[in-house]
Each structure stands twice: as C-alpha cells, then as structure tokens.
Design a protein around this ligand. Structure first.
Ligand code: LMR
Length: 398
C-alpha cells in the first residue's frame, strides 16, 4: 500500500510561513501569508469579537448549526455586500449557505458549477490567489485565464482585460475580486467596473466574486462593496464567496458565506437545497461557534459599529506602512519608482521584486514573501520598516 504516493507540491503561500517559522534570526520578517498583525507584529483579537464571545457564552450552542442561526448569518452577510435595502433580499431571490470561510465558499460554488454546467470553464485573472486554481481544478472545472495586471505600469491592464471578456464565449463564468485584489492590490476604478459590468451584460457572462478582504481596501465596508453594487444595479445574477477571516480576524474559525442571486424565489429554494445537498455529503455542517459569533456581531448594532471602527484601524495601519516604506526607500536614494506601493490597496503590495531578489531577501535578510514578489503589508511595523527598506534597497540597487 501507498508506495506510489509521492510528495504533494508545496503550497506557494503556506510554505513561506513554514520557512519563516524555522528561521531563528531575531530580525526575521514574515510578509508571506495575508494575515493581519498589529504594530508590534502580533495577531489581533478584535474587541467586538471578545464582546461577541461574552454575549454568546453559555447559550448552549453545541448542537450543529440550526436553520435560524444559519439564515441569520447568511442574511447579515448578504446585506453587508449588497446593502440592507437590496430588493432581492426582501423578495427572497437569493440562495445562501454558511461556508468554511472563503475557500470553502469557492469550493462549494465550483462543485455546484460543475454539476449544473458540466461543460463550463472558470476564467481566472492573471494573476490571482494561487489557491483559486487548485479549487476549481479539484472540482474538475477547467480553468481559463484573462488579463488583469500590467507588470510595466504595476496597475490594471484594462484594455486587455476588456478584450478577454469580449473574446470569451458568451455565458462564461468569471471569477472577480471585488476589492483589494490578491495578490496585486490593484482594483479597477468605479468607472472601469461600470464598463466591465456592461460588457458582462452584453456577453451574458456570470460574475462570481471572491470577497475575501471587504473593508481592507478603503477601511469602509460599503465603499469596498461598490463593484458588487454596480453589478447588482445592472441586474446581473451574481455569485459571491465571503470570508470573515481577515476582516474579523477569525482566521481559524473558518466563517464564510456563499450566496447566489436568482431570478425568483422558487429558483432560490431549489438552488439552496442543492448547495445544502453538496455540503451534507462533504462535511455535513460547519462548526457552530464562529457562525454564531459572526451573526451576533453583525446583528448587534453596537458590536457592528465597534467592528467597523476596528476594521478602519487595521486598514489605516496598513496604509500608513505603505507610505512609510515608500518614503524610506526614497530617502535611501532608491533609483526605482515605488509609487505603486501606495497606489495599490488592501493587504498586499505586488512589489515587482524578481524571484532572485525575493530569494536574496530571504537568504541575506531573513525577510520572507512569496516568489511572485507579493508582500503582505500587515507584516510591516514601525520597528521593522527601516530594516525592510534597507534590505529592499540593497537587493534592487544597480
Ligand atoms: C493569502 O493569500 O495569503 C491568504 O488568502 C491566506 C491563504 O490561505 O492563502
């Protein structure tokens, strides 16, 4: 038995964490995984989470997720992206289920896609979060790519993106990042989202949004949902994977939501039953604690306000670190233009560093990031930013 089983390929993101953990240098910096850290480099438990936990303590929630807890989570999650007054919510024109964070929601949707559109493919931006490729591949949905990022401008390759959307066969499935694109930190402008949405209408494409970082781009939940609201206004049926890992700091709790907008309530009932049918065979139901916690925070006005404030604090700290790093490189006399550090948004900076330079940062300076040059800005702090700037300058000066 098992002699034929070789080692699986290393995950490009998780392997960075492993390498970082095994480094004993006191100077080491982890800019790998997208997980928020405070200015002392420590993981954060938000006060709204502590207060929410106190509120649910002792409520006897050890049974698996009940229908009422589940629908509360789904309804509050959907309001968060589309706004609380969206008509389709009142009309019950959506199917939603709680999911194992964003990854679980994507995986469920990929499975659903294969079952009901077995010939379809998924169009993924180049680049995208590396796990998107794995998720749709494992669900046996062939992947295709579309242009997104321009390495020269370190911004959006809008013309090529529009061409690819136009040239894809009508009624294709596209995965879009509504804000804080991972790994590039490059988002379309509002105007560009409107053009994309219009073209999707013409082509009858299906937009599937992976909303993993709501609040991290602008610090404001509504602003970060603008793209989705444009698509909603334009009358699209939309799929969305939502994660509360980053914006509530609940990484290990695996709380998320998958929602699919439908033409009418009857369709919604059928689709929800199919999604439940898929989860039942995969893992029956997710752990209840995190779901209860998130639905409690989202439905308690005081906790929700507190959450919004704390989210802003996280987003602002990352923003400050972007400017500080850029300024530090300038002061060091870097011959390169680092404006993209502050033009890009969200948790990541797609630095433009080459794999060789990334390797040197790791070997010579104990600074860890993925080989595509993506830096998780959450790992940058007031006390390590000048060490980091010096190191980047060392490996990039001619
Ligand atoms: C990341 O891109 O670093 C995060 O989404 C964490 C993960 O699971 O990859």
């Amino acid at each position: 038995w098992w002699n034929h089983v070789g080692h699986a390929p290393k995950d490009p993101i998780m392997s960075v964490t492993e390498a970082f953990l095994s480094d004993t240098s006191p100077n080491k910096i982890n800019l790998g995984v997208g997980a928020y850290r405070d200015d002392d480099g420590r993981p954060v438990v938000l006060q709204c989470v502590r207060d929410g936990e106190a509120k649910i303590a002792g409520t006897g929630f050890l049974e698996s997720v009940s229908a009422s807890v589940s629908s509360k989570l789904v309804e509050e999650s959907v309001k968060l992206i589309y706004g609380k007054d969206a008509d389709f919510i009142k009309e019950g024109r959506f199917a939603g289920v709680q999911a194992l964070s964003g990854t679980g929601a994507c995986r469920l949707f990929a499975e659903f896609q294969r079952r009901f559109y077995p010939q379809s493919k998924i169009y993924l931006p180049i680049p995208t979060w590396s796990n998107h490729h794995n998720i749709w591949r494992d669900a046996q949905v062939p992947g295709r790519t579309f242009h997104y990022y321009h390495p020269d401008s370190k911004g959006l390759h809008f013309a090529a993106l529009m061409d690819d959307i136009k040239n894809a066969p009508d009624r294709s499935f596209f995965l879009l990042h509504p804000c804080a694109h991972n790994p590039t930190g490059v988002d379309p402008t509002e105007e560009q989202w409107r053009d994309i949405s219009n073209l999707f209408k013409v082509k009858n494409h299906f937009p599937f949004f992976d909303m993993a970082y709501q609040g991290f781009a602008s610090g404001d939940l509504d602003k970060d949902a603008k793209a989705m609201r444009i698509f909603l206004e334009d009358g699209h049926l939309i799929g969305c994977a939502q994660s509360f890992a980053k914006n509530m700091g609940l990484y290990g709790h695996r709380v998320g939501c998958l929602s699919v907008l439908c033409a009418d309530a009857k369709q919604a009932v059928a689709i929800k039953s199919q999604l439940q049918h898929i989860t039942r065979a995969m893992y029956s139901s997710p752990p209840v604690h995190g779901i209860l916690l998130v639905s409690t925070i989202l439905s308690d006005p005081h906790l929700k306000e507190l959450w919004k404030k704390e989210l802003k604090v996280m987003a602002n700290r990352i923003h400050r670190m972007r400017s500080t790093l850029r300024e530090s490189l300038k002061k060091l006399g870097s011959p390169l233009n680092w404006d993209h550090m502050t033009n890009q948004v969200g948790m990541f900076c797609f630095s433009g560093l080459s794999p060789d330079q990334v390797n040197r940062l790791m070997k010579e300076f104990h600074i860890y990031m993925t080989y595509d040059g993506r830096m998780s800005m959450a790992g940058v702090t007031t006390s390590n930013v000048s060490y980091l700037a010096n190191a980047i300058h060392e490996v990039t000066k001619f």
